[in-house]
Design a protein around this ligand. Structure first.
Ligand code: PLP
Length: 379
């Protein structure tokens, strides 16, 4: 499949077809794993820290899905660091009060070191974001957020940032390009933890950035590529090959996981041992209307409060048999964890909140196991 035809195909098709070697007699179906540190002089590639055909295959598939130019990194946090490197020395960054802990910790540390200034705001409050953006170099957006599942209004935030002359970065890890395409809303950079849904099998740590094709003269793609090369935040070709293999099934995995999540969220909201369920699919969820407007589907992460203390929530997490008690998310396997067990998790995350990453197992098996864990722990 050639890149010129990308816009003809739906995302589910691009996930399967984009980034393959040119078809033809004897052509390989998949780009092989290029395990080499260097290439013969005077060719398209010269050194393994600068380029690798296995990266290119993954990047062209992800770029087709997000509608831009992708770069793959050694971790989601390497991608976040590369993006933070776009802020000029002492520049102002507006970021969510509550979001992925790694991103928040990195920005706070950079602010403490005086490398940048940081203003934290509630991204669901558009006037507050508008107020904070005065003089800002960058707006960092995460939607839905990890783990509170706050949904930000992408178009409104992009318009506010544009008016202030700030770059807009959107962490699209939870929604995936199948759930929302931030570049189409006018964002400048998309960030992914490829570790999660894109690779989907809990077997690699990787990250990515995607920038607009019509970047108005800021050369963001080239600056990020240079950052990756100079910081050495490069991915191993074997991991990238696994991620691309995982990406091929993204549409079916994500569709199934979202359907499971919506069904479990509905049942959990009626469970006697649960005090609050957060999932944008629920009609009374604060993010429901926004998510229905700007997303395709509601994602597959559900947050549940068990209406007790940390110890009760830990007991629930330890009482499942099928659900795996572990951190991370976005794999085919259903997992859960109490987020406040991590010291860096912000205080606005309730101590009894369990984050559920709903996988692709049979929903009745998932429900039966959750139900027995909730009953066992609260008995
Ligand atoms: C996991 C995660 C990251 C960090 O990615 P790593 O691959 O673990 O470095 C960034 N953003 C979000 C929303 C995440 O869930």
């Amino acid at each position: 499949m050639t890149d010129e035809r990308n816009d003809k195909y739906s995302p589910a098709t691009l996930a399967v077809a984009a980034g393959r070697p040119t078809a033809g007699p004897g052509a390989a179906m998949n780009e092989p794993i290029w395990l080499t540190s260097t290439y013969g002089a005077d060719g398209q590639y010269d050194y393994g820290r600068t380029g690798n055909p296995t990266w290119d295959a993954f990047e062209s598939a992800l770029g087709a899905l997000e509608g831009g130019q992708a770069l793959v990194y050694s971790a989601g946090m390497a991608a976040v660091s590369a993006v933070a490197g776009l802020v000029p020395e002492g520049g102002l960054v507006v970021a969510p009060t509550s979001a992925y802990t790694g991103t928040t910790a990195l920005l706070r540390e950079s602010a403490q070191q005086g490398r940048l200034q940081l203003r934290e705001v509630d991204l669901t409050d558009v006037p507050a974001v508008q107020g904070a953006l005065d003089g800002a170099a960058m707006l960092v957006v995460e939607t839905p957020t990890n783990p509170l599942l706050d949904v930000a209004d992408l178009s409104a935030l992009v318009a506010a940032a544009e008016a202030a002359g700030a770059l807009v970065v959107v962490d699209n890890t939870f929604a995936t390009p199948l759930g929302q395409r931030p570049l189409a809303h006018g964002a400048d950079v998309v960030v992914h933890s490829v570790t999660k849904y894109l690779s989907g099998h809990s077997d690699v740590i990787l990250g990515a950035t995607v920038t607009r094709d019509d970047d108005p003269g800021r050369a963001l793609h080239e600056r990020l590529r240079a950052h990756r090369r100079l910081n050495g935040s490069i991915a191993g070709p074997s991991e990238v090959w696994l991620a691309l293999r995982g990406l091929r099934t993204l549409a079916v995995r994500y569709e199934r996981a979202q359907a499971n999540a919506a069904e479990l969220a509905r049942r959990l909201s009626e469970h006697p041992a649960v005090s609050r369920v957060r999932h944008p699919s629920l009609p009374d969820d604060p993010g429901h209307q926004r998510a229905a407007r700007q997303m395709l589907g509601f994602g597959a992460i559900v947050a549940v409060e068990v209406g007790g203390d940390a110890e009760l929530a830990e007991r629930v997490a330890c009482s499942t048999r099928l659900w795996v008690h572990t951190t991370s998310l976005g794999g085919v396997e259903s997992t859960l964890e109490r987020r406040r067990r991590h010291p860096l998790e912000p205080d606005d995350v309730p101590v009894d909140l369990l984050r559920l990453s709903v996988g692709i197992e049979d929903v009745e098996d998932l429900w039966a196991d959750l139900d027995q864990a909730l009953r066992t722990a609260t008995r």
